[in-house]
Ligand binder design. Structure first.
Ligand code: SF4
Ligand code: SF4
Length: 205
């Protein structure tokens, strides 16, 4: 009595270290690009998404648009920063600094197809070793953002890492919303014209 069990109800030890870098996922369908009014955010020739802090106007539209919450906004002038996957290094033919510096090769860089294949192999290895919760996150082009350019091998549910389990492009409903707004505007115009015409009929009485 009075002892703290070292095991959680599902049999795992209570304390685990789960590591993941909280970076921009370089989404295939990136909502941040849809909302940026200045072109500060743009898609590069490498398929990555980069923010140019020098032309950002600090409006902050991109912050809630990102389904992963990875855009950092400065308090003083509102300008934003995020991982650029080392755009400058890629341009010079080098890999991103994180992949270069990681001593265990936990962060790897390369063509997406190769990385996906390698990651699936690693998950299979982990499953065979009894780590049955191992899974990939963001690697599927069929997910809600069309797949991530930066994907992860997780050892538990995405929520445990603070990741949305089913990310979606937050601007996906915008075309529908504009269509409805346009329809509403046309309807209102019709009502206004109708009222005006009615007024003209009544006025001579
Ligand atoms: S993770 Fe967020 S900031 Fe990065 S590309 Fe996707 S929507 Fe944009
Ligand atoms: S805060 Fe900057 S990067 Fe974000 S939407 Fe506004 S101008 Fe674009």
């Amino acid at each position: 009595a009075g002892e703290i069990s070292p095991l959680s109800p599902d049999g795992r030890t209570e304390l685990r270290w789960l590591m993941a870098s909280d970076v921009c996922k370089h989404c295939t369908h990136a909502a941040c690009l849809d909302v940026c009014p200045t072109g500060s955010l743009f898609r590069t020739e490498f398929g990555t998404v980069v923010v140019q802090e020098d032309i950002c106007n600090g409006c902050g539209y991109c912050v809630p648009a990102c389904p992963y919450g990875v855009i950092d906004q400065r308090k003083d002038d509102g300008r934003v920063w995020k991982c650029t996957l080392c755009y400058d290094r890629l341009g010079a033919g080098m890999e991103p600094a994180c992949a270069k510096a990681c001593p265990t090769d936990s962060i790897q860089f390369g063509p997406l197809d190769e990385l996906r294949e390698r990651a699936r192999g690693r998950v299979a290895q982990l499953h065979a070793a009894g780590v049955t919760d191992a899974r990939l996150y963001g690697e599927s082009p069929d997910d809600g953002v069309g797949g991530d350019g930066a994907f992860f091998l997780l050892l538990d549910e995405p929520e445990v890492y603070g990741l949305p389990p089913d990310p979606v492009v937050t601007t996906r409903d915008l075309p529908d919303m504009w269509r409805h707004a346009a329809l509403a505007a046309v309807t209102l115009m019709g009502l206004a014209v109708g009222g005006f015409a009615g007024g003209r009929v009544r006025r001579p009485r």
